[in-house]
Design a protein around this ligand. Sequence first.
Ligand SMILES: *Cc1c(COP(=O)(O)O)cnc(C)c1O
Length: 504
Amino acid sequence: MSGEAPHLDWRGRLDPPPERVREMAAQAVDWLVTYLGGLRERAVYPRASAAALRAELDQPLPALGRSLDELLELFDRVVVANSRHNGHPRSLGYVSSPGTAIATIADFLASGLNANLTAWRSAPGPVQLERVAIDWIKQALGFDPAGIGLFTSGGSTGNLAGLAAARERHTAGLAGRDGVRALERPLVLYASSECHHSIDKAAALLGLGRASVRRPPLDRELRIDAGGLAALIAADRAAGLDPFCIVGSAGTVVTGAIDPLAELVALGRREGLWVHVDGAYGGFAALAPSVRPSFAGLGDADSISLDPHKWLYQPVDCGCVLYRDPQAARAAFALDADYTRVLDGGADESFAFWDYGPDLSRRFRALKVWMTIAHLGADGLAAAVESDLECARVLRELVTTSDDFELIAGGLSIVCFRFVPAELRGRALDEVDQRAIDLLNERLLVAMQRRGSSYVSNATVDGRFALRACIINYRTTAVDMRRLLDDARHSAATVEAEPREDHP
Ligand SMILES: *Cc1c(COP(=O)(O)O)cnc(C)c1O
């Protein structure tokens, strides 16, 4: 023990004795238990103000340290109280994972071990565990057993990595070595106008430009029309462009549409194009027997981007990318060609994740994924996903059978809907009516988010404003779906009672 005043005991604070570590951890566990136990009673969204938060948190760099008690008090009173509670059963905005106790504990253990998963040699046990977790994901999706993959910060990085491998294979390494300026013809890729904007971002970061993302025609369910895509590819080639990749979505983020993946894979093979599937939102729904047929072809993609921090219920962050051909990934990310040749011999001990993705230092994300899958089993996870899908079916049914709501779109666990005021129900709507309904629903959404009982986000479908609920939370039940509509009705009534601003 040092004789210093507590706030000067830097050594004791950095490296507390075992009993003190136990006390500190117990305080954190007490917080977690109380938090999870009271989650359902909280408002999903806080009444936060940036000015109030600044007043509480903005302080100059402290010269002296404060006690853990003080810091935990501030964390709970200011930070937690001003958070959106993504684990709440009616937190249905965006695509936000609820997190789960087992993964939270695994994250804690992972930080305690503090392994750095750069390469097998740096962390043999953790690296092997990541490879096992990736193998389980491959098996769950029916992906080629010879494929390879790794966990990433998120689905955006997964998309970037998949497209980087596609670009490198198509240009036989020229783009990576000399840059895209060395290419004779401009590279183009194909992705739905409904695809996630991280695809456009990846195209920009890879030097191809956002304009290189070409939009195939869509069918009425907002899925890529494979025949129309084939015609577009032919026309682009004739115009001197150089197609290299087709991107399919295994669940679009706005309406949950699944592109015809088997057709896209067949087209890609015929045309010599890489097929990347963005499964960040919906990929893990392939676990659920009731929707599995819609994912036919997913396992045959050249690369897949996934987000365990969405429908595998992991706390952020955890994305994932899988490649069918390990050599194609190495071509994009490994810098030493001789070194990659050693890997072809399958020497596990010389395996390095840095050969397969953009990062060098990598946290031990695999532990939470592995523990979750090992603890629940594939059947347990499939049942949880089925329960989310069932909630979405219940909500669609409640919406369609109600006389005040209208279903706009929605596949998988996404439901896009809107409130229709009494005077406009059962009528042919002209553009003025439609605009009035859009505005009413916009105001309803803001009112509902402020009220905090249910939280949904918004979407634009066919130019119309929609309330959008996305259910990827094992805590959500059919009762919550009824409550959501009651909350929306309540907010509609509040908004309709407010004086209307004039919209010319
Ligand atoms: C969320 C999402 C992404 C981006 O993933 P991040 O983990 O947020 O980077 C990409 N595509 C789809 C379909 C998504 O739902």
